[in-house]
Write a protein that binds this ligand. Structure first.
Ligand SMILES: *Cc1c(COP(=O)(O)O)cnc(C)c1O
Length: 227
């Protein structure tokens, strides 16, 4: 736990950039320390873990889901999640919409794009996403609010490559904004940047950085509270 580093990151952030503290695998005690320091937005990548922490922690915490979301896990987060950053398919968005209706709410979502070279990362291509946005189904999804885009850079030392990937995501954002969301003030977020690359992400237009290990220390996977 590194509160000094937290304060340093916070104080260096431009006003338009929000810090999401990624607390995955970290115990509630650590989250509470950061909560007491004023942090309210936390990110988790496992639905059951988010649910367990949501139940144990103060209710004014804003929970951001940032991991690969399986449709059968949406029910664990739908009642309270602040934003789902990782919408990677139309089928998933449809399911999120269903659970949003069940919970009588509108769930803010980001569209995740595959910008890294690594095959393992998930997300739309621009073509797939445009097919969805032009399709009939999308127009019927009234209980999800599309607030922007999200992406992860390649895990590499080559910061020029990461910068190009972030520039690419920003271009995707601009394209979608112009073609589909021009009159929609909700579509304004670019979620990119983690511990190793957030300064570059901010230079390239990020509005939400997702920082875990710089604040909480390296992840200890034995601390997982749910499978
Ligand atoms: C774990 C994770 C982060 C935070 O990573 P750090 O390198 O620890 O800052 C950000 N985004 C996603 C999607 C993650 O899974």
């Amino acid at each position: 736990m590194n509160i000094e580093k937290y304060n340093e990151i916070k104080s260096g952030l431009p006003a338009h950039v929000q810090l999401i503290a990624v607390s995955k695998f970290k115990p509630v005690e650590d989250i509470l320390i950061l909560y007491d320091a004023g942090q309210r937005a936390f990110g988790e990548n496992k639905a059951q873990e988010m649910k367990a922490k949501h139940e144990m922690l103060p209710k004014d915490i804003q929970w951001h889901f940032i991991g690969y979301l399986q449709t059968n896990k949406i029910k664990y987060i739908a009642p309270y999640v602040t934003m789902i950053h990782s919408i990677h398919s139309e089928a998933l968005l449809q399911e999120v919409n269903k659970y949003a209706i069940k919970n009588e709410r509108v769930i803010p979502c980001l569209l995740e794009f595959h910008i890294a070279e690594e095959e393992t990362k998930s997300g739309f291509t621009l073509e797939e996403c445009e097919r969805m946005l032009n399709g009939e189904i999308f127009q019927t999804l009234k209980n999800v609010k599309i607030c922007g885009v999200m992406g992860m850079g390649t895990f590499t030392e080559d910061m020029n490559q990461v910068r190009r990937e972030f520039q690419h995501l920003h271009q995707i954002f601009n394209t979608l904004k112009e073609k589909y969301f021009q009159d929609n003030p909700d579509f304004k977020e670019i979620s990119m940047g983690m511990t190793d690359d957030y300064p570059i992400a901010i230079e390239e237009g990020s509005t939400m950085i997702r920082i875990g290990s710089a604040i909480f220390g390296p992840r200890d996977y034995s601390q997982m509270i749910t499978p």
